[in-house]
Ligand binder design. Structure first.
Ligand SMILES: [Fe+2]
Ligand SMILES: [Fe+2]
Length: 474
């Protein structure tokens, strides 16, 4: 089914047949646009951007490219087609037909899950709103706008569920999603990582690699949901999410590539000398990586969580690749290993699998995160340098869960607060690092040109050449 772009809200959910819902969303739409104009990408009113817009959900139509005036981007509501006779795959309701409406007993839990996911979408747009002013190329400028527009659409996806299935409280939650602000002291976004700043492009590439990947794992777990509209919505969001992580992996990869190219050309390795050549030294890249990885670790929640157990048993949120796993999908008598601190060191402890579902999702995420790190290391190795990037220990720099009040190094060693603070400048970006990175951020908008600190991509968007005019300034 193709989406009718003459409709006020493009959709494949037959919105026209539900007048009440359509009217509620049409009332929310101007508020969304008001939020976008106030908190979306700065100074983009007149830009025409080569963007991907979904025109249908089938494999050929969901990635349609054209120049779009930014404020006229058509944020729509798209669900993956329903799977006939879909059954709930896990938990106490395993084998029952998937729910097409909200089960009364889980109403507030489900609403909370949707609101928490929905809140991350506008939050990241707010975090990234200044990046366009310091873009390293037109190609990168277009990419950040693509991410921003799609995060806006993900907000629409969650608001659709709130409006369509949760009545008045759903509409109130949808309004509140436009009122919280990333980093605001009085009314912040719900999750910690979404209140951090994304002040420069190294942070942006790390964010899209690590934090959008958390999005992937949360959406994967929700795509297993017994609440079928949530499952179908998140399945479609995952298609868009893949491009965000690509921007992160290739972005960090291009920074690393440029650095090792310059190091080799000039025969230098020491960070000061590397910086003198206007590129980002590898230890600084590692510190940014440590920061973004560790704040993202916290997004998975506490190691032991009765909420996670409840979400699973209720059939609301499954595991990563739930249906491919070979077990009873109830987990009442299964165990999982979690880390604890015992006598000043980390030890593996058996725990009930149901309570350890956050930890399990975090472990699946870590395995997936290694892939990019290995690729980045390959280009360092190819250039002939011994330095290797690495993920820090999962207990490093945590605020939430077992390790929240502890002081743990990047290698997992438990230490005193004083020792940790003494070593912090080795592990996390320092004020001087951030100042140096900020000093590199200039605006490069000549087609085909790239800032000195980042290599060009290997190819352009949608088979266009790298030097295409991805953004036209009005
Ligand atoms: Fe998203
Ligand atoms: Fe994303």
């Amino acid at each position: 089914m193709n989406i009718d772009y003459s409709e006020l809200i493009p959709n494949n959910v037959d919105l026209a047949s539900n007048r009440t819902l359509q009217r509620a969303l049409e009332q929310w739409q101007p508020n969304f646009l008001g939020w976008w104009n106030e908190m979306g990408p700065v100074g983009t009113q007149a830009h025409q951007v080569y963007l991907r817009t979904a025109v249908s959900v089938d494999p050929k139509g969901w990635a349609h490219y054209d120049y779009v005036r930014m404020p006229e981007y058509r944020w729509g509501i798209f669900l993956q087609p329903a799977q006939a006779d879909r059954k709930i795959a896990f938990g106490a309701h395993k084998g029952e037909p998937a729910w097409q409406s909200v089960p009364g007993e889980y109403r507030s839990t489900l609403r909370r899950i949707i609101v928490t996911q929905g809140d991350t979408e506008p939050a990241s747009v707010e975090q990234q709103r200044h990046l366009g002013q310091t873009c390293p190329s037109l190609y990168d400028l277009r990419n950040v706008f693509q991410v921003n527009c799609e995060e806006g659409r993900h907000l629409w996806a969650m608001v659709y569920l709130l409006h369509a299935y949760f009545g008045r409280d759903g509409r109130e939650e949808a309004e509140a999603l436009l009122q919280r602000r990333s980093g605001d002291a009085d009314n912040p976004r719900i999750l910690g990582a979404f209140n951090e700043r994304t002040p420069d492009w190294l942070s942006f590439f790390m964010f899209t690699y690590f934090t959008d990947r958390d999005g992937k794992f949360q959406l994967q777990a929700l795509s297993e949901s017994g609440f079928d509209p949530l499952s179908r919505t998140t399945q479609f969001m995952l298609k868009e999410e893949a491009h965000h992580m690509f921007i992160g992996q290739s972005g960090v990869g291009r920074v690393v590539q440029r650095t090792v190219d310059v190091m080799r050309e000039h025969g230098v390795e020491e960070p000061d000398k590397v910086r003198a050549l206007g590129v980002i030294d590898l230890p600084t890249i590692q510190r940014y990586l440590n920061f973004h990885f560790s704040v993202t670790m916290d997004l998975f929640g506490a190691e032991a969580s009765s909420n996670a157990a409840l979400f699973y048993t209720s059939g609301l949120k499954g595991r990563f690749n739930e249906e491919q796993l070979d077990d009873d999908h109830r987990l009442e008598s299964t165990g999982y290993t979690v880390l604890e601190i015992e006598n000043g060191r980390l030890v593996q402890k058996p725990a009930p699998a149901l309570n350890a579902l956050n930890e399990r999702l975090r472990d699946d995420y870590i395995a997936d995160s290694q892939i990019g790190v290995a690729a980045w290391n390959k280009s360092i190795e190819k250039a002939g340098f011994g330095f290797r990037l690495a993920l820090p220990h999962k207990a490093f720099n945590r605020r939430i869960g077992t390790f929240g009040g502890s002081w743990i190094g990047v290698d997992g060693s438990v230490m005193s607060e004083a020792e940790w603070k003494r070593r912090e400048p080795e592990w996390l970006p320092t004020a001087a690092d951030r100042k140096y990175i900020a000093s590199l951020m200039g605006r490069v908008v000549e087609p085909g040109k790239f800032a000195n600190w980042v290599a060009p991509p290997s190819r352009g968007i949608n088979n266009l050449p790298i030097e295409a005019e991805y953004v036209r300034f009005g």
